[in-house]
Write a protein that binds this ligand. Sequence first.
Ligand SMILES: [Zn+2]
Length: 289
Amino acid sequence: MIESPPLVPTGVTQQVAERVHVIPDQRVEFVPNAGIVVGDRATLVIDTAMGRRNGERIREEARRLGGERKLLLTTTHFHPEHAFGVQAFGEATYVCNAAQARELADKGAEYIEMFSGFGPGLAELLAGVELVAPDITFSGPSAELDLGGIVAQLLEVGPAHTRGDQVVFLPAEKVLFAGDLVEDRFLPIFPDADAIGPRWLEVLDQLQKLGPAIVVGGHGEVGDQGLIEALRDYLTTVRDRVGALHAEGLALEEIEQRLEPELSERQTGWDNQMWIKSAIGSFYAALSG
Ligand SMILES: [Zn+2]
C-alpha cells in the first residue's frame, strides 16, 4: 500500500542533451521520468505525473527552464502516473495521438478507481483529478513539433504497453522518450488486454531502428540502447519459454507456476516482480488467439 503521495522530486533536474532535460523519478514508485525540451519559441513537456500537485511541479520546472515561451504538452500513454496531471497545465496546448485520447476516454475513470485502491497516498493524489482531453490530436504514424531550433517527433507506436502508446524522438539530438515501453530495471507491466507481448517486441525493434543515443524510459535511470536490449532480451525469453511449454500442452496456470520463479531469478534486481505473470499471460494469450 502506498501510504503517502509519491511526489515528483524537485531540484534534481538533469540535462541529457542541449535544450533537453529530464526530471528523474529517482526510482520512486508511481513517479515517472518527465521530459522538458526548450526550443527558441516553445517549451515541450513530456508526461505530467499523477495529479494536479505533481503536474504543477513539472509545469513550474518547465517555466523555470523555458521562461515565458509557449508551452506545449504531450503524454506517452494514458496511465495515471504519466497523464493524470494535465489539469495543472491550463495554459499549455496539449497534443497527443488520437488512439491515446480515445483510450483515456474509455478507461480513465476505471484507472482512477484502480489506482486509488493502491493506497491512501495515490487516492489523495487522484482525488479531484479531471481527465483532460487533448487540444490537438493526430492520427498515426507521426506528428512533428518545431519548437524553434529543435524538432520533436511524436510517433504513434501502440498497441504494446497500452493501446495508444506514443514515443517522443528528437532526431537531431538522438534522444528518445519511450514512456513505459522501456524502463530501467523495472519489469514491463501488462495491465490489461491491450498490452500485447508480441507487438511490444516489434515496437522495441522499431525504437532501436530510430538509432537513439539517449533513451529516457518511463521509469528508472536514463540510459542508452542497452535499456531497449535488456527489455527485448527479457520479453524474448518470456515468449520462447511460454511457447515451448505451450507446445508441450501445459495450461496457463502450470506455465505460470513453472516460469514465474525461473524468470524472477533471471531478472534479479529488477523491480515489479509481481508483473511477471502478466507478461506470461500476454504471450500465452497470443498463442491461444
Ligand atoms: Zn504505463
